[in-house]
Design a protein around this ligand. Structure first.
Ligand SMILES: Cc1ncc(C[n+]2csc(CCOP(=O)(O)OP(=O)(O)O)c2C)c(N)n1
Length: 587
């Protein structure tokens, strides 16, 4: 049998599992893994902060479909810096593999330098974590890691390798070791038939399509099911793109924050909901009673313990979303052939009319710029194949209300954890996963400042993307009027440094900061110039292969529509009520 170090065996497993890139920061306790990587085709990207490395890995996995992002760090603070990324990954069902070095086994209990029990620390934010104490276990622990990450509800794993374990010679034959079988449950046909029976009994049914539909590559089948049964679809924030926004059966997004006026209005009229691969996020449901009253629910989820977690559905089905959709489509086709699909014309017309008429104004000419206008310009500047990245803040909520997304995986949003600073790294990961795709980040000024140093990574490795930086110097989400707090006590970002003539002090000079890190940036004050600046940015990013930032100076205070319940959304800003079109069509 071939002999190699445990670190080399680990890298061989990474290769055979399809890993092409690892994001990392070296340190003394992980150097044997780095030495092994040196002899591997796996590319290493030296990030500037391990949290950035984890978000790169998230962006990579989410854009890549079946390849998994990897983040490497040394012992001690490297692992603790990864905790936020692991939390974000588990919350959004994203498999990433974190590998940490560790003090030698014999020193673990002696308060050794940078020795911390990282596999215990990350237990609540990983599907599985292990400090591998026997060198011979290392390749098999890595195999298990990929099996765990890919099976059931996907999620992250951490493997911690003591320094002496990494260096030990072991017997391992990479030619005779293969990826383990992945387990994904498949629904029973009888449950699918019952679900369709319930749908047929309803008068105004909806499908809610969650992130699981995108993860499982079920989007096309979802659209097919909607078309066969003539059932309108509400995508969740994580499921956005699973049915095109332009599709006539897209009923709009529902929720307290990232929602459409027509989405909530359509939902409130429904009497039946088939949720697939979604988790009833509280930013969607608000109070469960309000959300559930007067309607029946079927919930399909890959993870059995998700059923009944938020509320008890009338029917629960444990299944991978795509497997379930395959069966839904099969049974629905049979029923259609025998004339058993109810006529839904009146309901679909009603949904479409709302989708055409109930909007919010975006076409503002104000200076300082209103953020709604920025999204109107983003929609005009980029096509359906663009992959958008965004995280948290008022800009995420505005993005959810005003952007148009027409393809799965083209809206990569940090849905549950929402750590500020996510975007630059997620852009890097997504671009490396799909170098031919155009990647565009949408970010607020505070989030941009959180992990700003990661821009140097994109500059160094020539990873081009465009970043739209919406600068209100205000912590918009925190100070949103709806919250009802007075937040002027030491909670603001502006100081005398750069001065925008119409607005006054803005504080950080993002243009200089971006240039210092090797990117290119421009600043826009006038809404008429946003479109041109975005086109220039696209061209420059492509030609120069660097990150290009378009900083848009917006008004400080914008109150984006939101509310405590889906039937109590406050429209702080101007709404747009269109006259019904003769023949209804989706805008
Ligand atoms: C790591 C982390 N700390 C704190 C928060 C809480 N938080 C959410 S949004 C926000 C303000 C964001 O400001 P900015 O990025 O400028 O976007 P805006 O809300 O103004 O659009 C804060 C502090 C968070 N989400 N993540």
């Amino acid at each position: 049998m071939p002999k190699m170090t445990a670190a080399e065996a680990a890298v061989k497993v990474l290769e055979s599992e399809g890993v092409t890139v690892a994001f990392g920061v070296p340190g003394a306790a992980i150097l044997p893994v780095y030495e092994a990587l040196n002899r591997s085709p796996i590319k290493h990207v030296l990030v500037r902060h391990e949290e950035g490395g984890t978000h790169c890995a998230e962006g990579y996995t989410r854009a890549a479909k079946d390849r998994i992002g990897v983040c490497i760090g040394t012992s001690g603070p490297a692992g603790t810096n990864m905790v936020t990324g692991l939390y974000s990954a588990i919350a959004d069902s994203v498999p990433i593999l974190c590998i940490t070095g560790q003090a030698p086994r014999a020193k673990l209990h002696k308060e050794d330098f940078q020795a911390v029990d990282i596999s215990a620390i990350v237990k609540p934010v990983t599907k599985w974590s292990m400090t591998v104490m026997e060198a011979g276990q290392v390749p098999y622990a890595f195999r298990h890691a990929f099996h765990v990450m890919r099976s059931g509800r996907p999620g992250p794993v951490l493997i911690d390798l003591p320094l002496d374990v990494q260096k030990e010679m072991i017997e391992y034959d990479p030619e005779a070791d293969f990826p383990l079988q992945v387990f994904k449950p498949r629904a029973n046909r009888r449950s699918i038939e019952k679900a369709l029976d319930l749908m047929a009994e309803a008068k105004r049914p909806l499908i809610i399509s969650g992130g699981g539909v995108i993860i499982s590559e079920g989007s096309q089948l979802l659209t097919e099911l909607a078309e066969i049964t003539q059932t309108p679809v509400v995508p969740t924030l994580m499921g956005w793109g699973s049915i095109p926004d332009d599709h006539p059966l897209n009923a709009g997004m529902v929720g307290l924050q990232t929602q459409h006026r027509y989405g909530n209005a359509n939902y409130l009229r429904s009497d039946f909901v088939l949720g697939i691969g979604n988790r009833w996020a509280n930013r969607m449901t608000g109070t469960v009673d309000v959300f559930t009253k007067g309607r029946k629910f079927v919930h399909v989820d890959i993870e059995a313990t998700q059923l009944g977690r938020v509320f008890c559905p009338d029917l629960g089905i444990v299944s991978d979303a795509r497997y379930a959709l395959e069966q839904f489509v099969e049974v629905a086709k049979e029923r259609k052939a025998s004339g058993k699909i109810p006529n839904r014309t009146a309901w679909v017309d009603e949904v479409q009319e709302r989708a055409y008429t109930m909007h919010r104004e975006t076409n503002f000419d104000n200076i300082p710029i209103k953020p709604q206008r920025v999204f109107q310009e983003i929609n005009a500047a980029f096509d359906d194949d663009t992959q958008f990245i965004t995280a948290i803040g008022l800009y995420q909520i505005a993005s959810g209300q005003f952007q148009r997304i027409n393809k799965p995986r083209n809206y990569i949003v940090c849905g549950q954890a929402g750590p500020l600073g996510w975007e630059i790294s997620a852009c890097i990961g997504a671009k490396l996963a799909n170098p031919d795709k155009e990647v565009v980040g949408v970010v607020g000024d505070y989030s941009f400042q959180f992990l700003l140093e990661e821009l140097a990574v994109a500059a160094q490795y020539q990873i081009p993307f465009v970043m739209v930086l919406i600068n209100n110097a205000y912590l918009g989400l925190i100070r949103q009027a709806e919250r009802g707090y007075k937040m002027d006590y030491e909670v603001q970002l502006s100081f005398h440094n750069i001065n925008a003539p119409e607005i006054g002090d803005y504080g950080v000079d993002h243009v200089k900061a971006v240039e210092a890190l090797g990117g290119i940036a421009t600043r826009v004050f006038d809404p008429k110039l946003i479109g041109g600046a975005l086109q220039d940015a696209r061209r420059v990013a492509k030609e120069r292969r660097v990150p290009v930032v378009v900083e848009v100076i917006t008004e400080r205070i914008t109150n984006i529509a939101m509310g405590p319940e889906i039937d109590q959304i406050t429209e702080f800003e101007e709404i747009l009520d269109r006259k019904p079109a003769k023949k209804t069509a989706i805008a």
